[in-house]
Design a protein around this ligand. Structure first.
Ligand code: IMP
Length: 180
């Protein structure tokens, strides 16, 4: 383990097993229906997204978007904004939003409204991680892979200052790294 990490929170094998369960859950939900659009909320969800869609049997279309994130100081007042919109219309479509982590829940609340305004027929949220201790608004994914404690984590798409996204596991960063 790298010296800047406190501990490994989820191993590559643990993540892979749970991603297969999430994919099976989506397959059951969308069996026999029209082709859903799987939306990757960049950048944090990118690694989870590619593993999840490849574990699915159901055909899906891809789309990508990005939401502005706010520093922890401004989370209490800031409202996330869509800074890169989707490539295609989702009007009348079944949308699967793939999220890295539901933290304060503000992103999820914003995107639920965003997709409703775009006229999506249904909105299903699959989140890799949930940090319920940090919740500020009422938000819940339809399928959560793992619930984690209130600590800053990196890897498998999650970053600290754009680093660590490419790690195949999830680790807790030592507080000394981000408090210095
Ligand atoms: P929200 O607070 O639920 O709106 O989540 C906003 C975003 O913050 C998430 O989509 C993540 O990209 C990021 N985030 C929240 N907690 C962590 C963490 O522990 N490590 C890295 N990124 C995080």
């Amino acid at each position: 383990m790298r010296q800047e990490f406190e501990k490994i929170v989820l191993t590559e094998a643990e993540i892979a097993a749970r991603v297969r369960e999430a994919a099976a859950w989506l397959d059951a939900r969308f069996a026999g229906g029209s082709i859903p659009v799987a939306v990757c909320n960049l950048k944090g969800s990118s690694v989870f997204f590619t593993d999840l869609v490849r574990a699915m049997q159901t055909d899906v279309e891809f789309d990508f978007m990005a939401v502005s994130s706010y520093g922890s100081e401004t989370l209490a007042v800031g409202k996330p904004k869509v800074k890169r919109p989707l490539f295609a219309s989702v009007e009348g479509r079944d949308v699967i939003l793939v999220e890295d982590i539901v933290d304060t829940g503000r992103t999820l609340v914003t995107l639920r409204q965003y997709f409703a305004d775009l006229g999506a027929r249904s909105f299903t949220v699959v989140a890799l991680l949930d940090k319920p201790a940090r919740r500020r608004v009422n938000a819940q994914a339809d399928f959560t892979c793992f619930t984690v404690e209130d600590a800053f984590i990196v890897g498998y798409g999650l970053d600290y200052a754009e680093r660590y996204r490419n790690l195949p596991y999830i680790a807790q960063l030592k507080e000394s790294v981000y408090s210095s």
